[in-house]
Design a protein around this ligand. Structure first.
Ligand code: ADE
Ligand code: ZN
Ligand code: ZN
Length: 264
């Protein structure tokens, strides 16, 4: 009985650790991927269809999280976020983590997908990683401060449960909302062609700085130990949806740039 209890505690605690180690959360990443799917050029659709053997982007959107606990893929852990300190003016590659970060990860994925000589399996792997990482980039706390691990160390209560501000943005709000990823994708803003173009404009670092500025506002709006619930959610849920949508539109832009723009 004692051994059983010890085993139960170990299993439960590891599952809590792994459960809290996600990113946007499965639903958020899938919503971003689904939005991207709807904005792909014919050429991109065809190339992606071949690489993913017919599976959609939403199906592979959480692969980068699924492999996290596998020692074979441990090196990709730091690729999910980029920390630029509050006093730093900009991202400087020479000063960035040599273990890699979200900026280097996205650049690497694009490079492999553009490389005519890269093997198909390599391309498939980096496409799945790219779908996930462009989602991560739009979760503001994935561009947060290193000192608090992008808000993971800022403890809050989410309704009556213990959580942290990073996790509130990864998954608590989205999960509490109880919409499927397709419902989330359908409920994003109706945008004109011009508005879509404006969102898709700019370079990777512009998008990083936008996310980082948003993170600064969110840091200022929360205190360690604060109890968050309905009012935090109804205040921020529109921004969550906007971020999922921006991520989807920009992922489509990156893929269309790689494969060619022709749209049906
Ligand atoms: N997840 C784990 N560590 C992190 C960090 N330093 N910043 C953002 N997200 C993280
Ligand atoms: Zn996260
Ligand atoms: Zn991630």
């Amino acid at each position: 009985m004692k051994n059983f209890l010890i085993a139960a505690v170990i299993i439960l605690s590891t599952s809590i650790v792994f459960a809290s180690n996600g990113d946007w959360g499965k639903t958020g990443h899938r919503a971003t991927a689904e939005i991207a799917e709807g904005h792909l050029s014919d050429k991109a659709k065809k190339a992606i269809n071949e690489l993913l053997d017919g599976y959609g982007l939403a199906f592979v959107a959480n692969y980068a999280d699924d492999i996290k606990s596998d020692p074979e893929f441990r090196q990709y852990g730091p690729w999910h976020y980029v920390n630029i300190e509050p006093d730093a003016e900009e991202y400087v590659l020479e000063e960035a983590s040599d273990r890699g970060d979200l900026v280097q990860a996205i650049r690497k994925c694009i490079e492999v997908l553009k490389d005519k000589k890269a093997p198909q399996e390599e391309k498939e792997f980096h496409l799945k990683m790219l779908v996930h990482f462009v989602g991560d980039l739009h979760q503001p706390f994935h561009t947060g401060h290193s000192g608090d691990k992008g808000g993971n160390d800022i403890q809050v209560r989410w309704f009556n449960d213990g959580s942290n501000i990073h996790r509130v943005w990864d998954s608590e709000m989205i999960d509490f909302y109880q919409m499927s990823y397709t419902e989330l994708a359908l409920n994003t803003k109706e945008l004109s062609k011009k508005e879509i173009k404006t969102i898709q404009n700019g370079k990777l670092l512009d998008w990083v700085y936008e996310s980082r500025a948003m993170a600064e506002d969110l840091y200022a709006g929360v205190e360690n130990g604060e109890k968050l619930g309905y009012s935090y959610m109804y205040k921020h849920m529109p921004a969550v949806l906007d971020q999922l949508q921006k991520g989807g539109l920009r992922l489509a832009k990156i893929l269309n740039d790689i494969y060619g723009e022709k749209k049906s």
